[in-house]
Design a protein around this ligand. Structure first.
Ligand code: G16
Length: 543
């Protein structure tokens, strides 16, 4: 075994997006592609001698081979120890949990999250820092800058090692500890939630369907929901992680989790439905014939946080991404705690969580989490809902309806135009920015514009700034339209249009969402000239 220094040249385009570097598998399989990025990361981190890193992924195609490459590069770069999930498996929240619990320097998570997998699908890599959370932009930009000047990387020529057996091995001078990917995470969940109450709920005949979408949440949900909480075998469906997610699109929304939505609408529907995504950080909550928006889910959990033992003392604050509905703001106000509005990307919550300013965080993109780790956490949200149902004895729909009755309802929807021409998408956003200055005061379709801007953010903890984080048009009654381009896609561009309107009157809380937002949808289309600019008359996905 020897350490090789391999010559290389910079490969353009290795700038991480909303959450790490995501590209087609075919791009990652190009010679030196992964190696260049990993060496750029190691060079940026520096001082790896004797340090511990965590490594794992969502099990998608290319996961195993990438893990072997990264292990050999870590050994060649002097890393002291790597904790790798058995079989190369670690969900994103579990990786965050392990980094924190084992006091690692950081971790490398291999995932393209909700993006499809398989040889023709997507792959991704992201780095999490010692607090367990996604690296801030200062780090990802430094890695990108390094990738533009790199001329070699270091790698051991050792053969592949066994990552399927729990235990410790040596690779060059580096210890490789293959760990049970579920154990640390399950132990944490047990401390946060009232497992006895949930066990009683299942013992009393409560039924549930958890759709793991053949992604990484399967082993976690099986071990915790069926194993520790006693739900019947078969409660978790599509439980085995597959390299291509069984051809499913592991994005838990009503469009992609159609099998679950159909089940929950049937006559024999279980009491509770839930789904998670590729790397298990997203969640979708479904009642009988009723799906909960992620924005409402955050607000409901915040309003009821003290039912769970881990949050019995109350919450210090809530944080949500800017496009997420303001349902949580109303809860924060009632609780007398602050509500922070951040750009899209879980990485922006890290400083608020570390500083103890926020306890719960959430995003419209089916992400919810808390200060227990530094990532959003799909199964955590599901367990929180189970805890809430167990304590209140109410159905999902009853819980949400009583929440709306108390706080009012924020009608909310996101319209996605996927795979549009990137140039056309940028022109659309640039045109919008030009229009912003003249929109305030204009009357549109029964609304009057209060202000319009391009969202900028200054982190209240470290003062770092982020600009151009989404164009928003805010009406005098608080209704909003937000436009952004996705930072996670790998083909063309995706335009996201977010729509929100508040309704206080309980007799108006059961209007179909698209109908309730129809006037705003029409304004959004005409202000941005979506059809003319994108060539699409309808969104490809509505959630
Ligand atoms: C990532 C980020 C989230 C973000 C989502 C969508 O989630 O971690 O913070 O809300 O992407 O981002 P965009 O609108 O830019 O596509 P995940 O689950 O893909 O890692």
């Amino acid at each position: 075994m020897a350490i090789q220094t391999v010559s290389s040249t910079p490969i353009p385009g290795q700038r991480p997006g909303t959450s790490g570097l995501r590209k087609k598998v075919s791009v990652f399989r190009q010679p030196h592609y992964l190696e260049n990025f990993v060496q750029s990361l190691f060079d940026t981190l520096g001082g790896l001698a004797g340090k511990t890193l965590v490594l794992g992924g969502d099990g998608r195609f290319h996961n195993r081979s990438a893990i072997q490459t990264i292990l050999k590069m870590a050994a060649a770069n002097g890393v002291g120890r790597v904790l790798v999930g058995q079989g190369g498996i670690l969900s994103t929240p579990a990786a965050s949990c392990v980094i924190r619990k084992r006091e690692a320097l950081g971790g490398i998570v291999l995932s393209a999250s909700h993006n499809p997998g398989g040889p023709d699908g997507d792959f991704g890599i992201k780095y999490n820092i010692s607090n367990g959370g996604p690296a801030p932009e200062s780090v990802t930009e430094a890695v990108y800058a390094r990738s533009e000047t790199i001329n070699s990387y270091r790698i051991s020529d050792a053969p592949d090692i066994d990552i399927d057996t729990v235990g410790t091995l040596l690779l060059e001078q580096m210890q490789v500890e293959v760990i049970d990917p579920v154990a640390d995470y399950a132990e944490l969940m047990q401390r946060l939630f009232d497992f006895d109450a949930i066990r009683k709920l299942f013992a009393g005949g409560f039924t549930m369907c958890f759709d793991a979408m053949h992604a990484v949440s399967g082993p976690y949900a099986k071990a915790i929901i069926e194993g520790m909480l006693g739900a019947p075998q078969g409660t978790v469906i599509n439980a085995v992680p597959l390299e291509d997610f069984g051809g499913l699109h592991p994005d838990p929304n009503p469009v992609n989790a159609a099998q679950l939505i159909e089940l929950m609408a049937g006559v024999d529907a279980p009491d509770f439905g839930a789904a998670s995504d590729g790397d298990a950080d997203r969640n979708m909550i479904v009642g009988r014939k009723f799906d909960v928006t992620p924005s409402d889910s955050l607000a409901v959990l915040a309003a009821n946080a003290t039912v769970a033992p881990g949050y019995r003392d109350g919450i210090k604050g809530i944080a949500r991404s800017m496009p997420t509905s303001r349902a949580a703001d109303r809860v924060a106000e009632a609780l007398g705690v602050p509500c922070y509005e951040t750009p899209t990307g879980w990485k922006y919550f890290g400083t608020l969580l570390d500083a103890g300013k926020a306890t719960l965080c959430g995003e419209e993109s089916y992400g919810t989490g808390s200060n227990h780790v530094r990532e959003k956490d799909g199964l955590w949200a599901v367990l929180f809902w189970l805890n809430l149902i167990a304590v209140t004895g109410k159905s999902v729909q009853q819980i949400v309806a009583s929440h709306w009755a108390r706080f009012g309802r924020n009608y909310y929807s996101r319209h996605d135009y996927e795979g549009i021409d990137a140039g056309a998408a940028n022109i659309l956003m640039d045109d919008l920015r030009v229009k912003l200055a003249n929109l305030a005061g204009q009357d549109m379709n029964h609304y009057t514009v209060a202000f319009a801007d391009d969202f900028s953010y200054t982190d209240p903890v470290d003062g770092s700034q982020a600009h151009k984080q989404g164009v928003r048009i805010v009406m005098t009654d608080g209704s909003r339209i937000v436009y952004r381009l996705s930072g996670t896609g790998t083909e063309g561009a995706t335009l996201r249009v977010y729509l929100e309107r508040y309704e206080a009157d309980p007799s108006m809380h059961n209007i179909p969402t698209q109908q309730a937002l129809a006037a705003l949808i029409a304004i959004a289309d005409s202000v941005a000239n979506i059809a003319a600019n994108t060539g699409r008359s309808n969104p490809s996905v509505i959630t």
